[in-house]
Design a protein. Sequence first.
Length: 292
Amino acid sequence: MVDASVELCLAPDPVEEWQRMLRFADLKEHERAAMSRSVEPILQRATEMVVQTYDYLRSVPETAAILGWETSVDEEHLEERRRFFTIWVSRTLGMDTSDEFARYLFRAGQYHAGHGPRKIHTPAAYVTVSIGLVLSAFAQYMHQAQLSGEVISAAMSGWSKYLSVQLNQMLFGYQIARDYEQGETAIRVSVYGKLRSALGVKELFVPIESKQRLFHLLQKFFNYYPQARQMALTRVWSSEEKGDSLWVEVQPRYVPLPGWRVLVNGRDVYYDGGFEKKLSSNDEVAIFPPGR
């Protein structure tokens, strides 16, 4: 029996969301075959597409301002952007559906929300329309390569499905990052043991609203860092009976794995209020793996 006081309701795991939406997109074999036939002519134009993309972004006042290129272009920043885009194009043309790519796209969405090394926030609208521009370029390159109308039609059907799933994954990471920022009080969270190497930090500050509880903070933390969820939590199924329903509804919940501890101001919350514990601005949270 799981103690309900240490249960968390979390957003979907990014890998599971990726797999779920790939199934929903339902790429057909003939679409995959046409996509494969379109790869060579698109790849031949890939360098051109990368260069033209950033020429276009710096020519548009709104995107130039987002990138900080209103008066001049930072060549180091431009090279970073082109390298990222080139890697993404190559993985896309390889029709990568791996779990690792799911995590990569989720993190890319967080970066677009201003959580990357340069802290540049790219509004979601530009991310969305940029996918449309990529699809437009793909169609143009296939037409100019004189692929048949049948191949172009099936390939564009497939690329549209696949890139829509990619877009959903990036916007998922983007929204998780934007939600993470919300709050008037930042609570110090220290992590220990293998969590430090997995997250690359010893401590961080998680914003919460006034008088929120520990579970609000932990929801943000584990949604933002899905790798921490995989290490520290296990999924259980919680049933809920509703008076107006003939069915018992079952929902996924997450609880700490054996040996993992969450402390607030040095006190193990398992014996002191659970995840319902109220937090104040001076509180400090610590997350310990087994053996610490």
